[in-house]
Design a protein around this ligand. Structure first.
Ligand SMILES: [Zn+2]
Length: 366
C-alpha cells in the first residue's frame, strides 16, 4: 500500500507564537521541511521527540532542541504511517498509529470515560468535578488555549524586546526546563513593558512577567524563584484547573471534546479568570515546594526565591496596585515553610554568565 509522502504542517521557531506553513516530506533519514520562502531543512529522526499524536484525532507534534526548541505540528496522524514505512530502524521510537480497529476502540473508550463526567457536571456542577475534568482535557487543547490567553492578556501592551534581556530570561528558563524530564509544554516567558509588579502563567506554559516585577528582583536567582513557582502552576495544571472551576459549561464541553472552534471566546473568559481569581492555598503551597525543588535540581540557589517573596511582603504597593502580592501574600508561615525546605548543608550552585550585570540587564526593557 502506498501513502502520500508530502504533508502540510505548521512550524514554530521557539521565539514567536506565529506559525510558519511548511510542506514536509518523509525520507529515509528524517523529515524534510520546505518553507514558503523556498528554504529547506532536514530534521533527522534521531533528533526528534514526538510529544503528541498518540490518540485518535490528535494532531502529531514533533519537537527538536532543548528548552524553547523548535516545534512541528502536523494535523494528519497518517504521517506516522509514512515514517514507519520509510524511516527504517530510526522510526522505531515513534508511536505507531493504531490500526483502524484500535482507533474505533479508543474513540468508543474516550466517549465512555467522558460520559460520567458530563453526567456529573449536570448533577454536582462544574466546581466539584474540576479535578477530573482538568485531567481529561487534551494537552494540545490546553496549549492552544494558552496561546490565545497570552495574546488576550498582552493585547495592546508593548513587550520588552531587548536581546540581552531576552537572552538572560531565556537562559534562566532553559536552566530549569532542561532539568525536567518529559516536558509536556514548550515554556515561554514574555516580559510585558508595564510598571505593574506582577507575573502570571497561562495554560500550556505561556508565562508573562511584568517589567515592574522583573525590576524588583536583585539577582537572576530571585527572578528564577518566581519563574520556578509559575512553571509549577502550569505543570501541576493549576492554571487549567482554576479556569475550569470558573467557566461556563460550553467551555468545559468544548475542552473535553477537543473542539477548538470559538477558542478566542473561551480565551477571553479564561484570561479574565486568571487575572481576577487566585489559586487555592494548597495550590500555592505545592507551587512553592515543587518550585523550590526545581531550583535545586537546576543548580540555582533557591534562597533567591525566599528573599524575593520576603522583600515583596515588605513593599508598599505602587498606586495601590497589589499585583503579585495580592495573589501571593508573603506570610510568615509561607516564608518559614520555604526556609524549612532548604538543604541543610551548603551546596555549590551555578553562576549565570550575566550574574554581575543583572542590575543593568533588568532595566533594558525601557
Ligand atoms: Zn502562585
Amino acid at each position: 500500500m502506498t501513502h502520500p509522502t508530502e504533508w502540510k504542517g505548521s512550524y514554530y521557531d521557539g521565539q514567536s507564537v506565529v506559525p510558519q506553513h511548511v510542506t514536509i516530506s518523509v525520507t529515509a533519514v528524517g523529515l524534510s521541511l520546505h518553507f514558503a520562502s523556498h528554504r529547506t531543512t532536514t530534521w533527522n529522526y534521531h533528533e526528534l521527540r514526538q510529544t503528541q499524536g498518540r490518540y485518535s484525532g490528535e494532531e502529531v507534534r514533533f519537537e527538536r532542541g532543548t528548552g524553547i526548541g523548535e516545534t512541528l505540528v502536523i494535523p494528519s496522524p497518517n504521517i506516522l504511517i509514512a515514517i514507519h514505512e520509510h524511516g527504517g530502524s530510526h522510526a522505531g521510537h515513534f508511536y505507531h498509529p493504531a490500526t483502524r480497529r484500535a482507533r474505533v476502540y479508543w474513540t468508543v473508550l474516550a466517549a465512555l470515560t467522558s460520559l460520567p463526567i458530563v453526567y456529573g457536571i449536570f448533577t454536582w456542577g462544574i466546581p466539584s468535578l474540576a479535578q477530573p475534568i482538568t485531567a481529561a482535557i487534551p494537552i494540545s487543547w490546553e496549549i492552544q488555549l494558552g496561546q490565545f490567553v497570552q495574546q488576550e492578556v498582552t493585547a495592546g501592551k508593548p513587550v520588552c524586546q531587548n536581546p540581552k534581556l531576552i537572552h538572560a530570561v531565556e537562559s534562566i528558563l532553559t536552566a530549569m526546563t532542561n532539568s525536567i524530564d518529559q516536558l509536556p509544554y514548550q515554556f515561554q516567558v514574555t516580559v510585558v513593558d508595564s510598571p505593574v509588579v506582577n507575573a502570571m502563567a497561562a495554560p500550556g506554559g505561556y508565562i508573562m512577567v511584568f517589567r515592574g516585577l522583573l525590576q524588583d528582583t536583585a539577582s537572576p536567582e530571585e527572578f528564577a524563584g518566581v519563574l520556578a513557582h509559575e512553571i509549577q502552576h502550569v505543570l501541576l495544571r493549576h492554571t487549567m484547573h482554576l479556569i475550569v472551576r470558573h467557566v461556563s459549561m460550553a467551555f468545559v464541553v468544548a475542552a473535553l471534546s477537543g473542539d477548538a472552534s470559538g477558542m478566542v471566546a473561551y480565551a477571553l473568559q479564561a484570561a479574565q479568570t486568571l487575572q481576577t481569581l487566585s489559586y487555592s492555598r494548597d495550590a500555592e503551597d505545592q507551587a512553592d515546594e515543587q518550585g523550590l525543588q526545581l531550583l535545586q535540581r537546576s543548580r540555582i540557589n533557591p534562597e533567591g526565591m525566599i528573599t524575593f517573596f520576603a522583600k515583596l511582603g515588605k513593599e508598599q504597593p505602587a498606586n495601590g496596585v497589589l499585583g503579585y502580592l495580592s495573589t501571593h501574600p508573603a506570610t510568615q508561615d509561607r516564608l518559614a515553610h520555604l526556609k524549612s525546605l532548604l538543604p541543610p548543608v551548603s551546596t555549590t550552585y551555578r553562576a549565570f554568565p550575566f550574574q554581575s550585570e543583572w542590575s543593568d540587564i533588568k532595566t533594558y526593557c525601557e
